[in-house]
Design a protein around this ligand. Sequence first.
Ligand code: SAH
Length: 251
Amino acid sequence: MDEFELLVDLHGGAARQGPGSEHATRQAIALCGLEGKTGLRIADIGCGSGASTLVLAKALDAQITAVDLFPAFLEQLEANARDAGVADRIDTLAASMDALPFADAQLDAIWSEGAIYNIGFEAGIRAWRPFLKPGGIIAASELTWLTHERPVELSQHWEREYDQVDTASAKIALLEKHGFQPIGYFPLSEECWLDNYYRPLQQRFSAFLERHRHSDTARQIIAAEQAEIALYERYRAYVSYGFYIARKVGE
Ligand code: SAH
């Protein structure tokens, strides 16, 4: 297995592949103003095994296209959707988020939790905006500095991993620059990281290492995850995901 396959294997068994919660998804749904509307068309981009997709399917009257690069996550999502009784509202699509097959002005909302960083927040909002109907909603969570200043060790780590990490005000300015009216922002809570993402992930480490006979790549992956978790635990006051909700302005 190459590194990507190992990462899919490590994260595949989980309920979610990044920080978040049902509560946070519902909070973003409440802000986006789509509740009560009927026949919505939504894409959930970088959906993983569908933590947010299932919440959207339950909360809104919508047909949802769940998009991920890795078919293994989508198969899991389909099984989860069947169990939750919402399979008829969800179609899956294996595609890359920088080459999506949607038509212009097709979607009422684009959802993306913990995934837009794969192409970068600015590139993502630019590339996806045409798919939205006028007045359509983008709701995306994105790594965010919670404070104006922060410890050097933390800055250096995240700037190396994701050079677009920035403050909420900078992300909101990007939304405005690229034709969106910001309508909501909130940071994800510590529970979203620790209880819902890192703790369940840690519980899978030893079985993962055994499955892959402690190969060098498997051990490197676990070491990197452990370092990231330790950094989060130490510096959680300075960094989180921000949830950004914005409405498309103009055509
Ligand atoms: N939204 C999910 C998953 C977040 S993890 C959740 O909150 O649990 C990021 C997801 O982005 C992973 O599922 C990964 O497979 C997917 N991904 C990575 N690169 C991608 C790309 N280029 N196009 C589409 N999806 C991608």
